[in-house]
Design a protein around this ligand. Structure first.
Ligand code: HEM
Length: 462
């Protein structure tokens, strides 16, 4: 991996798998599309077959779950909905679903636009009227997606939302170095010892929970007084939770989510939604910098639909070229590059019976780049392949998995696509850009697929 990371790729080369995952690339090359490795004591089968992958993703909870043997990083990330199983998952998913429904995201549109307008204002002040600005856009895009999630999740409590985000980053930075080390069974017991590291983590967690509980209790009180709070994710979530509690009163002791549950779900919105969306937008800008013809096509469409006005929901649904571009970026540079599942009881997949304890690696990136599923031009940037929708884009049906599949498919996919379309529309309405001479094409894995040396672009005003 170190060797792969030390060598950048030529510009326009999207054959990124050997650089991003050299180990798995070699395994698949040497042993085929269904092969296995040992992860310490755990057998891991990589399965590069869209049909079987869909089968696994749609299997019942008693057959497949998320893996139990998680590293500290995994445990941190797999909290809330993304880590629950069985009935608890079903209950949480039902309560949270309305928060991400299109009609509610529509109400949050002004919040998306305010955050994007701030970015536009910032770049507008930095870029000279005549001439260009060389800029690594990655930090600004990260800031944009943090701002969007703080505004859409917490609305009026936006400032506290930003603080929670800083604390999450602090915790992630504490945990990340420990996740780089090899997994040793029993090692995680160390997290119960009062070491300085554990004390620091616990301090950060306490502050985060205190702020979140404060926001939630204030909101619950306002709702009891009859105030509507439907204009942010937390408000819709609390209303849906209250409704669930009322509907199942007397029928089940286990109704609604507790405040602690809501706290975990709010943290997850940040973790699952921020980095993924920021890399999607960043790679989109890099690729539109590489392919000025697609940048021009996207701008033409955006100006046709919105002129210089703020994007609206109706217009967003009419952006065909922009959608094709975003899908092609999600195909070539999928932010979630693989999924993992663990077999709970002996289960047959593709004619082989796998015993309990086996884990499956479902390599989204490798499937998205395979010529067998996408044709000889699989590793080229060709948004036109999505011109007739997702189902017609691949040679083999159902080979596009950027948001997973089955019942656990990403709950935030509409949220992300709305955010990316608004962000891109507003950027292209105001600026043109190309790759800077200092840009180095070096995609690498850092939880998501990141540009290792940043996203240096040369921006000019329109
Ligand atoms: C480009 C952006 C995004 C990508 C590529 C992405 C990808 C994914 C994938 C692949 C899964 C399935 C994981 C699995 O089956 O193991 C997932 C689940 C999930 N995502 Fe996203 N996601 C994105 C944005 C978001 C956003 C914006 C949010 C929320 C604000 C979000 C919240 C979630 C949640 C809560 C789950 C768990 C769903 C469940 O287990 O029922 N995601 N996402």
């Amino acid at each position: 991996m170190e060797d792969a990371r030390s060598r950048p790729l030529p510009l326009h080369c999207h054959d990124i798998a050997p650089r991003v995952f050299p180990f798995f690339h070699n395994i698949i090359k040497d042993y085929g599309k269904i092969s296995f490795t040992w992860l310490g004591p755990i057998p891991r089968v990589s399965l590069m077959e869209p049909k079987l992958m869909r089968e696994i993703l749609s299997k019942k909870f008693d057959q497949f779950t998320k893996p139990k043997s998680l590293t500290p990083l995994g445990k941190f990330i797999f909290q809330g909905l993304v880590g629950h199983e069985g009935e608890k998952w079903a209950k949480h998913r039902k309560i949270i679903n309305p928060a991400f429904a299109l009609e509610n995201l529509k109400i949050m549109l002004p919040a998306f636009c305010i955050s994007c307008a701030e970015l536009i204002r910032k770049w507008d002040m930095m870029i000279p009227d005549e001439g260009y600005l060389e800029l690594d856009v990655l930090p600004d895009i990260q800031n944009l997606t943090q701002d969007v999630i703080s505004r859409t999740a917490f609305g009026s409590s936006y400032e506290e939302g930003r603080r929670i985000f800083q604390l999450l980053i602090e915790k992630l930075q504490l945990i990340l170095p420990t996740s780089q080390s090899a997994y040793i069974p029993g090692f995680r017991l160390i997290r119960f010892l009062p070491t300085p590291f554990n004390k620091k983590i616990s301090q950060v967690e306490k502050e985060m929970d205190r702020i979140l509980k404060g926001i939630i209790e204030k909101r619950q009180k306002a709702m009891r007084m009859g105030e509507s709070s439907k204009n942010d994710l937390l408000g819709v979530l609390l209303e849906s939770n209250m409704k669930d509690g009322e509907e199942s009163q007397g029928k089940s002791k286990n109704s609604g989510m507790t405040t602690e549950d809501v706290v975990e779900e709010c943290k997850l919105f940040y973790l699952a939604g921020q980095e993924t969306t920021s890399v999607l937008l960043t790679w989109t800008m890099i690729l539109l910098g590489m392919y000025p013809n697609w940048q021009a096509k996207a701008r033409e469409e955006i100006l046709q639909v919105f002129g210089k006005n703020k994007p609206d929901m109706d217009g967003l649904s009419r952006l065909k070229i922009v959608t094709m571009i975003l899908y092609e970026v999600l195909r070539l540079y999928p932010p979630a590059s693989s999924l993992v599942r663990e077999v709970r009881k002996t289960t047959e997949v593709g004619g082989i019976a796998y015993p309990a304890g086996v884990t499956f690696l479902l390599p989204i990136l490798f499937i998205h780049h395979d010529t067998e599923f996408w044709g000889e031009d699989a590793k080229e940037f060709k948004p036109e392949r999505f011109a007739e929708g997702i189902s017609k884009a691949s040679k083999v049906a159902g080979a596009f998995f950027p948001f997973g599949g089955g019942p656990r498919i990403c709950i935030g996919q509409n949220f992300t696509l709305i955010e990316a379309k608004i962000g891109l529309s507003m950027i292209l309405q105001h600026f043109s850009f190309e790759l800077s001479a200092s840009y180095i094409h070096a995609p690498c894995f850092d939880f998501t697929i990141q540009p290792q040396h940043g996203a240096q672009l040369r921006l000019g005003k329109l």
